[in-house]
Design a protein. Structure first.
Length: 141
């Protein structure tokens, strides 16, 4: 892959990550407020959750496609002997797990099974995102 194409893929990747993390944090706040809301606000919250979840899905997909495109097109591979990439991919898996968990919650809330949102989700998303930024920028090991 030529350098110009790689720059564009990297820019799209960064935007998609910003959108994905923003949607992850946003859906967490929305679900938290939905659990506290009156019964009359049910439909409004369902529509808001659906739109945010779709944004989250599309952003995650684009981020991962661009990330894998960069990962497998760079030579030598960042997977060989670069521990920062392994740590970064672990944090991406953490975010993907939280993504799946939030997607399941959206489905449960839509079916009327509204429960309290765990308080640890937003800090974990923020710490994972910060870790990814530090690892990708500083490449400490």
């Amino acid at each position: 892959m030529d350098y110009e194409t790689l720059k564009w893929i990297r820019m799209i990747h960064l935007y998609a990550i910003l959108s994905w993390v923003g949607a992850l944090i946003g859906i967490s706040f929305i679900l938290r407020q939905h659990a506290k809301a009156a019964e009359g606000a049910y439909k409004d919250f369902i529509e808001l959750e659906k739109g945010t979840a779709i944004t989250m899905d599309i952003s995650a997909t684009i981020a991962m496609i661009c990330g894998f495109a960069m990962l497998f097109s760079i030579s030598p591979s960042p997977l060989k002997g670069q521990g920062w990439m392994h740590a970064k991919l672990f944090l991406v898996v953490v975010l993907a797990g939280i993504h799946g968990m939030q997607r399941m919650r959206v489905g449960k809330y839509k079916r009327g099974n509204v429960t309290a949102e765990p308080g640890w989700l937003i800090p974990v998303v923020e710490i994972a995102a910060l870790g990814i930024i530090v690892l990708a920028s500083a490449r400490p090991f």
